[in-house]
Ligand binder design. Structure first.
Ligand code: SF4
Ligand code: SF4
Length: 455
């Protein structure tokens, strides 16, 4: 499969051929682009006209080039495999819901304001230790294991966080394991003591801020209804200042209220952050903040606008250089085959643990339909059919993914979104697909432009 697409930059048009199976990206001139697109997909009416104006000799020469690319395996390469079921033998990461409580009250919170629409719950130290035991017992020969501290707001239950880290460190050598810890925090309780401890003990820290002050304060309020931006930004900047080269990133969420999210991302960069992500909000379609198909054009244009700014800032370097997570693509190596085919691994190698120790495929399933409960850290896997069903989900098992040019970069999309928006785990969440494809085109263009122009 070859995806042919263009990218316009300051009056200059780039024509790309993306060979999906081999992962080869070709920049070609316009006649070659027309001939390739005519061969591998459909021309637009304007392109038909331009194609018809090419001479037979030009078409023949380009056809020869395309044949050569196919013979070399860098154009229209054949799929290496056509069937895949993920292993269910190894769990490598757990997301611990350290507490179902939060000191913020964000209007778009998928977790019902932090408590997942249930009673406020805090994970006990005992449940935390049992989660570590469960992970070790179910990790087979895998050495490197990951634990994510999640909420609600995990800083509200530092007692259990600290005990989990202490316990895991105490026993990791005995079982020949190595733990890496991540925390996602809203930053409100990031005082000097917490900053020092997280900096020392967390492999990665995710700081949630939504960008500009007006954007953030419009949706992220304290429990008493006050604005939270000033305190959160100050705390996050303090953390950034001590973090040095260790991993962290700031994570913004954009909604229908800030379709101009490019300015939010740039404002985070202006505030001193160089590792940034911005995620589309996940909400039921009747919410005024939900992203709907009618917003798609505006969002795609915003990604294009942001691509320009991103290229400019990275080229300029210095304090404005930054990474945007959705635009990071490794054309030389890319993700491992497993990840290319199945994405995040929810329900098989990755599970979420509720404050009471219940196991679910990922954080989005906690507090939801009990049919997705897999078991518990106390009793082990009790409903293996959930795990087995998730193991069968891959880009090769879903008809809509099989023919998608983004399949190996997407891994088949988010299963929780597929259920929420389209009713079943293997259904298509079309809006998410369009955004994934747009971001992939932008990231391929960025990779090619940075490689060719910024040498
Ligand atoms: S900080 Fe997170 S958990 Fe808390 S209300 Fe906001 S979105 Fe929900
Ligand atoms: S973008 Fe959509 S169709 Fe393409 S691989 Fe991802 S989920 Fe499948």
């Amino acid at each position: 499969m070859v995806h042919c697409f263009c990218y316009d930059r300051a009056g200059k048009k780039y024509n790309f051929l993306w060979d999906v199976e081999s992962g080869s990206l070709h920049i070609v001139d316009y006649p070659a682009f027309l001939c390739a697109k005519n061969r591998y997909s459909d021309l637009t009416p304007d392109e038909e006209k331009d194609f018809s104006e090419l001479t037979d000799q030009v078409k023949a020469e380009i056809a020869q080039e395309l044949d050569g690319g196919e013979e070399a395996g860098v154009l229209n390469a054949k799929p290496l495999i056509d069937f895949f079921v993920k292993s269910t033998k190894v769990v490598k990461a757990l997301c611990l819901h350290i507490c179902h409580d939060c000191n913020l009250n964000c209007e778009y919170c998928f977790a019902g304001g932090g408590n997942y629409n249930t009673e406020k719950d805090y994970m006990s130290e005992e449940t935390g230790r049992r989660a570590v035991d469960f992970l070790i017992q179910n990790s087979g020969k895998r050495k490197n294991l990951e634990i994510d501290f999640f909420g609600g707001e995990p800083l509200l239950n530092m007692k259990t966080v600290k005990e989990v880290v202490r316990y895991a460190r105490e026993i990791e050598e005995k079982y020949d394991k190595k733990f890496a810890f991540t925390m996602t925090t809203n930053c409100l309780l990031l005082n000097d003591e917490n900053i020092a401890w997280l900096n020392e003990n967390m492999e990665n820290v995710v700081l949630s801020i939504d960008g500009r002050k007006c954007t953030h304060n419009a949706v992220r309020h304290t429990r008493s209804g006050k604005d939270s931006y000033d305190i959160i930004l100050k705390n996050a900047q303090k953390f950034r200042a001590v973090r040095g080269d260790k991993k962290y990133y700031v994570r913004a969420t954009f909604t229908a209220k800030n379709l101009d999210f490019c300015d939010d991302i740039l404002s985070l960069n202006d505030a001193g952050f160089d590792q940034i992500s911005a995620e589309p909000v996940v909400l039921s379609e009747d919410s005024p903040m939900a992203l709907r198909e009618e917003h798609l054009d505006a969002i795609c244009k915003e990604y294009e606008k942001f691509t320009e700014k991103y290229l400019e800032r990275r080229k300029e370097g210095g304090k404005h250089w930054f990474n945007f997570f959705h635009f990071m693509i490794d054309l030389e190596h890319g993700p491992c085959p497993d990840k290319r085919l199945t994405g995040c691994g929810a329900g098989t190698e990755y599970m979420a643990v509720s404050p009471l120790g219940e196991l679910y495929p990922c954080h989005r399933f906690v507090g939801g339909d009990e049919k997705y409960r897999i078991g518990s850290v106390y009793t082990g896997i009790e409903n293996p059919s959930v795990r087995d069903d998730f193991a069968k989900l891959s880009v090769l098992s879903k008809p809509h993914c099989k023919e998608c040019f983004a399949k190996y970069n997407c891994g088949g999309g988010c299963t929780a979104n597929a259920i929420q928006y389209a009713g079943k785990p293997d259904a298509q969440y079309k809006m998410g697909c369009e955004l994934t494809k747009k971001r992939l085109e932008c990231s391929l263009a960025i990779a090619a432009i940075e490689k060719t122009e910024n040498k």
